[in-house]
Design a protein around this ligand. Structure first.
Ligand code: ATP
Ligand code: MN
Length: 453
């Protein structure tokens, strides 16, 4: 019977006849037989195959196998005398499905830099680290759906092509294509369109009909920021809740992050151990601490005071009214609080028009969640549900109310206090894996000047 290696190692049955299919990691020859390490991607662990010289194709094929070759191995599982593995597969037959020329195969056994691996995006998931990232990422994605679905949230597929620039920051990729039908403008949609920078505004529509909803989809930003935390295409998780204020929004975000960390700590232990050992020492203990502790919570005004009193010198000087830079965010969460930190109540002038204006008239009910090693991982707010206030904020921000008539309508017909947030999915994967660069936590990274495959 064909089995995945993860399945075999989870419950090994000595004496069982089975078949595996995978890629040769290494071949070692001994007197009268060879050892093959075979991996199939189901787990970090490989299965050792014992190939005896009595195999029909031993001399002509088995002895020529090299790293990267694809094999189908049929055999019997037996106890392994070797250290570090409980079982091995004694081969009755090895079929070679694909050769990999050892002279040109780019992935050799030696250590390759992540920069080099990015140049061979089509082969890098075969490395231990990138394979582990892919498994952890998949589990986190599953966890996101589990968390929300178990709590009765309804998933909404928001559009990828949009005619509203949610952040109002002009960072949209344009979608243009000649159209015969739109005679007037020549625009396919009759007006300028772009790739979405956030599904929030559309999620709000559904929250104001269905209550608790979430989106989980790709997001695009044409921002020219070549940092270790920005991609031009990334995935965002955006819950939106009706009848919900900022305090409950905050609690939900903290509960979600802890749920997701707990999930991977229990279900991806082997992969996390790899990251702990080779990528970020102490990672597992750090993640466990995050699950066990309460997040800290301060206001923006307190954050500014604490940064000013810290005596630390920053590239961007701190004063009330500035947007917190990555250096400030990281100093707060890494040095002062040493744990995830929720910062709320930012100045209205630095935040988008849809965030709810507070009674002081100066701040909005915004929240950012900052985590050590990364900085901002979540941005959210309570939304402005009052028609007049929203309209005034739009006008101040230079946003044309006519193009948001539908958004304003929601405040005219059955408006409701509501809140939500956006979790950058890759920042979460970065946090969980300890990967220094966001380009390593998405299968095919897109950044300015880079989109090879
Ligand atoms: P930053 O200040 O880090 O650029 P932002 O304020 O632009 O973040 P939001 O618009 O609030 O972020 O988006 C919500 C979340 O999406 C952020 O908290 C972050 O986790 C993630 N995010 C934002 N921009 C990017 C990007 N270019 N690449 C990857 N993730 C991103
Ligand atoms: Mn940004």
């Amino acid at each position: 019977m064909r089995k995945r290696i993860a399945e075999i190692l989870a419950a090994p049955e000595v004496g069982e006849q089975l078949q595996i299919a995978g890629w040769v990691r290494t071949r070692r020859d001994a007197a009268g037989f060879s050892f093959l390490e075979v991996g199939d991607g189901s787990s970090l662990a490989n299965l050792q195959v014992i190939a005896e010289q009595t195999l029909a194709n031993y001399r002509d094929e088995v002895k020529k196998l090299s790293t990267g070759c694809t094999v189908l191995v049929t055999g019997v599982l037996q106890e392994s005398p070797a250290k570090g593995q409980s079982v091995e597969l004694r081969a009755d037959a090895i079929e070679v499905l694909g050769w990999a020329d050892p002279e040109s195969y780019p992935l050799q056994k030696k250590h390759h830099s992540f920069e080099f691996l990015r140049e061979i995006c089509h082969l890098r998931p075969r490395t231990n680290a990138l394979g582990a990232v892919a498994r952890v990422r998949s589990r986190l994605s599953y966890g996101v759906h589990t968390f929300f679905q178990e709590r009765g949230f309804i998933q909404v597929h928001t559009p990828i092509i949009t005619t509203s620039d949610c952040e109002g920051a002009g960072e949209m990729f344009q979608v243009t294509t000649p159209s015969a039908s739109s005679v007037d403008s020549g625009e396919f949609f009759g007006r300028p369109a772009g790739l979405t920078v956030s599904g929030q505004l559309q999620a709000e529509v559904y929250a104001q009909a269905l209550g608790n909803v979430y989106t989980f989809g790709p997001t695009f930003r044409a921002e020219n920021s070549n940092t270790s935390r920005h991609l031009a295409e990334f995935w965002m998780v955006e819950p939106e809740m009706a009848f919900c204020d900022l305090a409950r929004n905050r609690q939900l975000a903290e509960a979600m992050l802890k749920f997701l960390l707990r999930l991977v700590l229990t279900e991806c232990a082997a992969d996390l151990a790899l990251f702990d050992r080779f990528i970020a020492k102490g990672l597992v203990a750090k993640l466990e601490a995050v699950v066990d502790q309460d997040f800290s919570h301060i206001t923006y005004t307190q954050a500014v005071e604490q940064l000013q009193q810290s005596g630390q010198s920053f590239v961007y000087p701190v004063k009330w009214g500035i947007d917190l830079q990555s250096e400030h965010e990281r100093y707060l969460t890494e040095t002062i609080y040493q744990r995830p930190l929720i910062v709320t109540d930012y100045p209205a002038v630095i935040k988008p028009f849809y965030m709810r204006l507070s009674d002081d008239g100066l701040t909005v009910a915004a929240m950012d969640i900052l985590v050590p090693g990364i900085g901002e991982i979540i941005g959210g707010s309570q939304r402005e549900e009052r028609y007049d206030v929203l309209l005034a904020r739009m006008q101040q921000a230079g946003v044309d109310p006519l193009s948001y008539d539908w958004y304003l309508d929601l405040r005219r017909y059955g408006t409701v206090p509501h809140s939500g947030f956006g979790l950058g999915f890759e920042r979460l994967v970065q946090f969980v894996t300890g990967m220094a660069n966001i380009r390593e936590v998405i299968p095919f990274p897109r950044t300015p000047g880079f989109a090879p495959c």
